[in-house]
Ligand binder design. Structure first.
Ligand code: C2E
Ligand code: MG
Ligand code: MG
Length: 685
């Protein structure tokens, strides 16, 4: 017997720890040898082996009583086998060995699994590093956003393109790169694209530096593992250069390089567009064809550089003469064209033609030369002469040739394509130049027509009406020259003269001891500008007459423009103490809601309604309505054109305040008016 403690024989639990260590630490033959050692130790058997798979065909001595074997199986796969021999084994030994085999199988399986997973992770990591390297290397900028539009990734290309680093960009909303937050693709951003599966477009974006550039943008949805859209991938490429090239091409295709004006192609397009709206409004449009006189001579003798500069300057003068809505084109060499839309009367085009001719009158100083060119102008009219730009240009060209043939002065020569229009124009030009002459030579005069209070038949005022005493034609009624003066702008001078003359007359009557009565002066829309109140005040002061002597009659059409602007001017005039009346009331379209805002004293029922009284029931109804409305708004109401007692009676009963018309007095020259006033008319004191 010995005292030496005997080591407890290893059991399966102790072996498990040993197998665990072996599987974790060892590989191949070393592992197999260790497993064999553990088996030998567990079963106290000197001959133990671990045979690795694949196994030889039949186990060596597995069946004999002094040998045992147990397969190490994972599912259906055999990983190896324990074989022991060298003593007699019982069933307990067998169970021990099989237990060890099962344990070994489980440990080998788990270790294999763990190794594969680690390997797979390493591979994924490598792949990701790879991909982000690729993303960073490509020149395109690539960024991703979530469904709300917040940036989730930003590659190096994006850093270079936009100038923002990934740190600055990630987490911000994509809209911060937009030029305008209302950009087309911003409106339904970003879900719609994610659902639709992407889209290509050309967009403008802003860099960190503030610079704006063009980019081609391709959007595709970013999906999760369940294929649900979780955001967007955006690829952007800078295409600014291509865009600029396109713009240059566009410019070359549609503009004359020399003058920068639209060329014939663009002109035709713009005119055709303009005609569409003219057609809708049943209006008139004109095309002017201008050909420079003497240009070829200058170009031939002084050379192309001078010629080119001359054309550039001509183009500038034309452009600055025309309104923004007029189209001007440089067709070729020394030929230009102008498109005018919304022309009320065809002869308005003559005014424009003359302005364009006049703007060439001052010499052009180029290269030390004083150069003079003029232009002959041909005009075609839509719709009479053609319905499209090409036709209108062609016939305007023909008209221009005709204008040039007029040898007297081709620089002032304007011709319409249709001859009868020339006549109208000729007459108009005669009237225009005649009227200018009349203004300077005392051919204009004023007649005065009395206005009476309806109940008392007392005189309350007089309307000053302009007359033109033409040396050959005799008395020309205003209807023949006022509309024309309005279209040429000459009305401003006529109006100045009328105001001056009426105030001069008021001063005479004031000095003659007449009590003040209002002298009404007609003011056309073109005179109704911010300078009018000042001019009125200054004139009253100069003639030292009281403001109660003066009244201004304005027509409804004056009120059609900028209402607040017009009301401002009216307020200034009222503040002076000058009365305002609304002439020809009922013929315009003044909105009733505005009517109450106008500081007017009197509404003047248009003559066309008075004429129908009492036979025409609707004229009667209109007159009555105007009267009651005017009174309710606190205005006086006067009816003009009263010729009969029936009209007067109707108006009196309807409650009209004043009348004016041939029944009581025609427009008369000042001295006759004064005579009638002293002899026949009662004045309201
Ligand atoms: P209006 O301001 O409505 O002037 C009234 C017109 O009706 C005047 O015509 C007047 O002579 C005429 N009239 C007056 N009573 C009767 C009548 O009982 N029967 C008929 N048949 N006619 C009557 P007139 O003088 O030919 O003036 C026509 C228009 O010319 C004026 O209409 C006014 O719009 C414009 N006008 C006249 N003088 C001037 C002026 O100095 N400046 C401006 N801007 N326009 C003026
Ligand atoms: Mg009037
Ligand atoms: Mg009138």
């Amino acid at each position: 017997m010995s005292d030496t403690p005997v080591a407890a024989p290893p059991d399966l639990i102790g072996s498990s720890a040993a197998v665990c260590q072996a599987v974790l630490r060892l590989r191949g033959d070393a592992l197999h040898a260790e497993l064999a050692r553990i088996a030998g130790e567990l079963l106290a058997c000197p001959r133990a082996a671990f045979v690795a798979a694949p196994l030889p065909a039949s186990p060596t001595g597995a069946a004999s009583a002094d040998a045992l074997a147990a397969d190490v199986m994972r599912d259906a796969e055999c990983l190896g086998r324990y074989e022991i021999a060298g003593r007699i084994f019982d069933a307990g030994d067998r169970r021990q060995l099989e237990g060890l085999a099962t344990l070994t199988a489980t440990l080998l399986q788990m270790h294999g699994l763990a190794q594969r997973t680690t390997h797979a992770y390493a591979q994924v990591e490598a792949q990701l590093a790879h991909q982000s390297q690729i993303l960073d290397q490509i020149h395109e900028s690539v960024l991703t956003t979530d469904r709300m539009g917040y940036i989730t990734s930003w590659n190096r290309g994006a850093e270079q393109l936009f100038g923002y680093s990934a740190v600055e960009a990630v987490g911000r909303h994509i809209l911060f790169l937009y030029v305008d937050e209302m950009d087309q693709e911003g409106a339904d951003f970003p879900d719609a694209f994610a659902e639709q599966g992407g889209r290509m477009m050309e967009v403008r974006r802003r860099k960190k530096s503030g610079e704006i550039f063009w980019a081609s943008l391709s959007l595709s949805p970013l999906r999760d593992l369940d294929d649900k859209p979780v955001g967007l991938i955006a690829y952007l490429t800078d295409i600014t250069e291509r865009k600029q090239a396109e713009e240059r091409l566009h410019h070359l295709a549609y503009y004359q390089e020399l003058t920068g004006l639209p060329n014939r192609t663009l002109f035709a397009r713009l005119v055709d567009q303009g005609l569409t709206s003219v057609q809708r409004n049943e209006g008139t449009a004109c095309v002017l064809y201008l050909d420079l006189n003497r240009f070829k001579l200058i170009n031939g003798t002084l050379g192309r550089t001078v010629g080119d500069e001359l054309l550039r300057q001509v183009a500038q003068r034309f452009r600055s003469t025309l309104r923004d809505e007029d189209v001007v084109s440089h067709l070729a060499a020394d030929e230009f064209a102008v498109g005018l839309f919304d022309v009320r009367q065809h002869f308005e085009a003559t005014t424009v033609a003359q302005k364009l001719q006049a703007v060439l009158e001052a010499p052009f100083q180029i290269g030390g030369h004083d150069l003079r060119v003029g232009a002959s102008v041909g005009i075609s009219v839509y719709p009479q002469d053609g319905h499209d730009a090409e036709t209108l240009l062609r016939v305007a060209d023909i008209a221009m040739q005709r204008a040039k043939e007029r040898v007297d002065n081709p620089d002032h020569s304007v011709a319409f394509y249709r001859g009868d229009m020339n006549e109208g124009m000729q007459q108009r030009m005669q009237i225009e130049s005649g009227l200018r002459h009349a203004l300077g030579h005392g051919e204009l005069l004023l007649h005065y027509q009395p206005k009476f209070e309806i109940g008392s038949a007392r005189l309350v005022g007089a309307e000053a009406l302009v007359r033109w005493l033409h040396p050959q034609r005799g008395m020309v009624p205003p209807i023949e020259f006022i509309p024309l003066a309005e279209s040429t702008g000459l009305i401003v001078q006529v109006g100045e003269w009328v105001l001056e003359q009426a105030c001069a007359q008021a001063a005479i009557w004031q000095r003659a001891g007449l009590p003040p009565f209002r002298l009404a002066v007609n003011v056309s829309a073109r005179e109704f500008t911010a300078s009018l109140p000042g001019r009125v005040a200054e004139t009253l002061k100069r003639y030292r007459i009281d403001a109660s002597w003066l009244e201004l009659e304005i027509t409804e059409s004056t009120l059609m423009h900028d209402i607040d602007y017009v009301i401002g001017i009216m307020d200034h005039i009222s503040a002076l103490g000058v009365a305002l009346s609304l002439d020809d009331f009922g013929t315009g379209y003044s909105s009733l809601s505005y009517l109450k805002r106008f500081p007017i004293d009197t509404l003047k029922i248009d003559r066309s309604f008075t004429t129908g009284i009492p036979a025409d029931t609707s004229d009667c109804a209109i007159a009555s309505t105007i009267i009651s409305m005017g009174r309710k708004l606190g205005h006086r109401v006067i009816a003009e054109g009263v010729e009969t007692l029936e009209q007067m009676e109707f108006l009196r009963q309807a409650g009209c305040d004043e009348v004016q018309g041939y029944l009581y007095g025609k427009p008369l020259p000042a001295y006759e008016f004064e005579k009638a006033l002293r002899e026949n008319w009662l004045l309201v004191a």
